[in-house]
Design a protein around this ligand. Structure first.
Ligand code: SF4
Ligand code: SF4
Length: 123
């Protein structure tokens, strides 16, 4: 039987990886969207979401309690890294395991319709 993954009751990947991306995705560059004030410089080319540069990581834009109820305060402006991580992929399951959350096999996963398939990764 399919098991449900609901990002809005998880948030593990927003509180596990360093969420880094090309610097020009921040809104102090033309066309950038991610609020620059919520980022930290990684190197000349890359920034990351503040709070994910350290361990334990937790993105400054993550509201709520991991594993219970969460939301992203900048959902519409989030980085490509956040877009790319998909519920049920390898990074998702790794982050969930690190938080002690259920990690169903990929064949058994049902991604809840309407849930925000949001989240990030960049080890
Ligand atoms: S992508 Fe996976 S780890 Fe991230 S919030 Fe959704 S279910 Fe949780
Ligand atoms: S989806 Fe939102 S809360 Fe999660 S890492 Fe990205 S910016 Fe942070």
């Amino acid at each position: 039987m399919a098991q449900e993954l609901d990002c809005q009751r998880c948030g593990a990947c927003c509180a596990y990886f360093r969420v880094s991306f090309y610097w020009a995705e921040a809104d102090d560059a033309p066309g950038g969207t991610v609020p620059a004030g919520l980022t930290r410089q990684v190197n000349a080319q890359m920034r990351c979401m503040a709070g994910t540069e350290r361990q334990p990581a937790r993105c400054v834009a993550l509201d709520g309690e991991v594993g219970r109820g969460v939301s992203c305060a900048i959902y519409a402006q989030r980085s490509s890294t956040c877009h790319d991580l998909q519920p049920g992929d390898e990074k998702c399951l790794r982050a969930r395991a690190a938080h002690g959350l259920e990690t169903p096999s990929r064949e058994a996963i049902y991604v809840r319709s309407g849930a925000a398939p949001a989240h990030p990764a960049s080890p």
